[in-house]
Write a protein that binds this ligand. Structure first.
Ligand code: G6Q
Length: 547
């Protein structure tokens, strides 16, 4: 396997990075009045402006060459065609098949998986319609008013993020809640105001082995049975989404209440499957289909657009540029839209669990820096909290700004204030303000020379901080579907360029295994000898209070 660092484009990018670091974006803007037109892409649901990155025409040419030399297009085809590109788990990666709106068969191991997908969608439609129309009754014959989704990680973040983002599209015929944490506080708080006669639980777990989810599901079952005094109530109040039918039925869930999942859908890419059931119940099945259609439209863009105009490809290349070549260590996701308040948490998992790795496809250590840590917050809240760091710390944090032209909840006078800040921030991060300007401004305000000498250095903003701006027309099921797919494909391309196995998550396993052992120790009170002195000391301290 050819190491990426030996590619001609990689070598050129390395020396090009040293040159371009000497430049300032504000100068690049002055030199090229067409910079915005050149470095932005307009798609149906949003505009992607990447002109405020430290890039020139040559940078983009070299980055596109890197994508070509990394065979991004061939890998893209392999993914869409169902080749087993998840090599460490020997699985296909086909979340795109879940939202495929074309009629072309997709054969996997001799079977057209479109047929399975369609069957699963039909089942979701029937079920969600029934619940929404009040035809699915609880054990005492009352209609379901509340749905509680129990799941964690990929079986939680996607559907919950979408439910939150599309709240304005819900007719509230059913209230949807999420329980992900094994900390009993969460499930206790969710269940407290609910009436067991009217609650439906969805246990979402691909493997149906996840301890946290199983613990929450058992608590929910106990809560139901202690109200109904009847085990048979479970069939009316519990459904599961899982690829492990055996465990789900052993757990007590009726086989006909189990919604299928497949090996070829990774947890963090699964909201398009029956894992999205709470979304369909909340918004109605037609809206769920619109979400899929939005993602499919972006899939089409990704598959059919030349690399240099391909939004996910460009975003991936810029991430590699900023992190691997220019040395950024983290990236902020900053939505200026209340609906997207969970987006950074969602993308944190999507990108960090996919590409936060340090071994290449061939099992050898990767010498270059891979992906940044992803973090973020709603823009305005962030401005009054950590933007100080974005503007003036010594660490450069590339940021994605995501806003909407139209608010889904127009309240007079609010949206313009929000968006004025949205536009101002990327300008400020790019331009900065130098000391000469700071001094002139202070002088114009009539400040004394002493004051100016003291304060001026603190008011300097170096600028030159890279941002992408994604300006959505409006948040809707369709545009949100496209936005999520944009990031999914960005992550895929990033993984290909960096030669990372994006679709496994071995890093999650180690701690899980240790927790199982320790849980055993906590319940028996017998410590194994194998812990380090810190872990033993902590467990002893804990047990001295719980005994
Ligand atoms: C996602 C990860 C992980 C997974 C959860 C829940 O890609 O694999 O976040 O989704 O650990 O797993 P289950 O759905 O199997 O309970």
């Amino acid at each position: 396997m050819q190491n990426r660092t030996s590619l001609p484009s990689w070598k050129k990018l390395t020396s090009h990075a040293d040159e371009i670091k000497q430049q300032h974006m504000s100068e690049l803007f002055k030199q090229d009045p067409k910079r915005f037109e050149k470095f932005s892409i307009q798609l149906a649901p949003f505009l992607v402006d990447y002109s405020k990155n430290l890039i020139s025409d040559s940078t983009m040419d070299l980055l596109i060459n890197l994508a070509i030399e990394s065979d991004v297009e061939a890998w893209r085809e392999k993914m869409f065609n169902g080749e087993k590109i998840n090599r460490t788990e020997d699985r296909a990666v086909l979340h795109t098949a879940l939202r495929n709106r074309s009629e072309t068969p997709l054969i996997l191991e001799g079977k057209d998986i479109n047929v399975d997908v369609q069957l699963a969608l039909d089942k979701m439609k029937k079920f969600s319609d029934k619940v929404r129309q009040g035809l699915w009754k609880g054990y005492s014959g009352k209609r379901i008013t509340d749905v509680v989704n129990i799941g964690v990680g990929g079986s939680n973040l996607g559907p919950q993020m979408v439910t939150e983002a599309l709240k304005q599209y819900s007719d509230n015929s059913v209230n949807v809640h999420y329980v992900s944490n094994v900390d009993g506080t969460q499930i206790a708080n969710v269940l407290r105001p609910l009436n067991p006669e009217k609650v439906l639980f969805i246990v979402s777990s691909k493997t149906f082995t996840t301890t946290e989810t199983m613990t929450n599901a058992k608590t929910a079952m106990k809560w139901l049975v202690s109200s109904s005094f009847d085990q048979s109530a479970i069939a009316k109040h519990f459904v599961a989404v899982s690829s492990n039918k055996k465990n789900a039925t052993e757990f007590g869930i009726d086989e006909e209440n189990i919604f299928d999942m497949w090996d070829w859908v990774g947890g963090r890419f699964s909201l398009w499957s029956a894992i999205g059931l709470p979304i369909a119940i909340d918004l109605g099945f037609e809206r769920f289909i619109e979400l899929l259609e939005g993602a499919y439209e972006l899939d089409q863009h990704f598959c059919n657009t030349p690399l240099e105009e391909n939004a996910p490809v460009i975003l991936a290349l810029l991430s590699v540029w900023n992190c691997t070549f220019l040395g950024a260590q983290s990236q902020a996701i900053l939505p200026y839209d209340q609906s997207l308040h969970m987006l950074s948490a969602y993308l944190q998992q999507a990108e960090m669990e996919s590409n936060g790795k340090s071994v290449a496809w061939d099992g050898k250590s990767i010498s270059y820096s891979t992906v940044p840590s992803i973090w973020g917050e709603l823009g305005i809240n962030g401005q009054h909290a950590f933007y100080q760091y974005l503007h003036q710390s010594n660490n450069v944090v590339p940021a994605d700004f995501i806003g909407s032209v139209e608010s889904v909840t127009p309240v007079q006078g609010h949206h313009e204030t929000l968006m004025a800040n949205f536009f101002a921030q990327t300008q400020a991060l790019m331009q900065g303000v130098d000391e000469t300007q700071v001094r002139a401004d202070l002088k114009a305000k009539g400040r004394t020379q002493d004051y100016i000498d003291k304060v001026a250095p603190h008011k300097v903003h170096k600028g030159n901080r890279p941002t992408n701006t994604i300006l959505m027309k409006r948040i809707s099921p369709r545009s949100l579907g496209s936005l999520i797919a944009l990031y999914e494909h960005k992550i895929f391309v990033q993984g290909i360029i960096l030669q990372i196995c994006s679709f496994d998550q071995w890093g999650v396993e180690l701690g899980k295994g240790l927790a199982n052992n320790i849980q055993e120790e906590l319940s028996t009170g017998q410590l194994s000898e194998q812990h380090d002195s810190s872990t033993t000391g902590l467990i002893n301290f804990y047990q001295s209070y719980t005994k």
